[in-house]
Design a protein around this ligand. Structure first.
Ligand code: PRP
Ligand code: URA
Length: 208
């Protein structure tokens, strides 16, 4: 079973209080979702493999470490886009693949409408990102989409999750580790996370 990590960190908790507040404006919401995405990534990247290279400093020759594998960020459209800048602040060399999913409002089943990935997903470390892990349907389908293109080293990066979404991901993709800023109580009858933060895509892009 994949490892589940809930980031317990005062800075993240502080930012989450503002993100969750329904009165937070779009600009602040977008800024903080990006920041939290970056902070979670800092924790995830602790385990990345490095290789040694030779560097000549102004003083002498020395050996330094650099990342040995490509990192590919795969945001699930739309809301996953809200975390990409924050992650790329930390990993500017990361490539970005895109997968478009929306939830059918009646069945809550994900529908794929777009997919484009760099070739590096086959050998690289793939971060599938989406702020909301609700039923887990979108994340599960997005991970299946990257696996279909050959990805093997996959981590899911979210902001708010719930037990239903985590169980679904663990069942469908036991090889994938899950990182979340917060684990909420449950889903409500229309598939929203409680207490959650509402519709993340709408709040990021001002569509409601
Ligand atoms: C939201 C969210 C996730 C998905 C999570 O997207 O951004 O992708 O729901 O729900 P799930 O775990 O039950 O699949 P939505 O379908 O609202 O599309 P949007 O990002 O385009 O607004
Ligand atoms: N998608 C969202 O944007 N919010 C939720 O609470 C659940 C799914």
């Amino acid at each position: 079973m994949g490892k589940l990590t809930i980031l317990n960190h005062p800075l993240i908790d502080h930012k989450m209080a503002i993100i969750r507040n329904k009165n937070t404006d779009t600009k602040t919401f977008r800024h903080l979702v990006n920041e939290v995405g970056g902070l979670i990534t800092y924790e995830i990247t602790r385990g990345l493999k490095t290789k040694e290279i030779e560097v000549i400093t102004p003083i002498t020759k020395t050996t330094c470490k650099t990342l040995s594998k490509d990192v590919i960020i795969v945001p699930i459209l739309r809301a996953g886009l809200g975390m990409v800048d924050g992650i790329q602040m930390l990993i500017p060399t990361a490539k970005v693949g895109h997968v478009g999913m929306y939830r059918d409002e009646k069945t809550l089943e994900p529908v794929e409408y777009y997919a484009k990935f760099p070739n590096e997903i086959v050998e690289g470390t793939c971060l599938v990102v989406d702020p909301m892990l609700a039923t887990g349907g979108s994340a599960s389908a997005a991970i299946s989409a990257v696996k279909k293109r050959g990805a093997k080293d996959i981590t899911y990066v979210g902001i708010v999750g719930c037990p239903e979404g985590v169980s679904r991901l663990n069942k469908d993709h036991p090889d994938v580790d899950i990182y979340l800023a917060a684990m909420d109580e449950k889903l409500n009858e229309v598939g929203y996370i409680v207490p959650g933060l509402g519709d993340c895509g709408d709040r990021l892009f001002g569509t409601k």
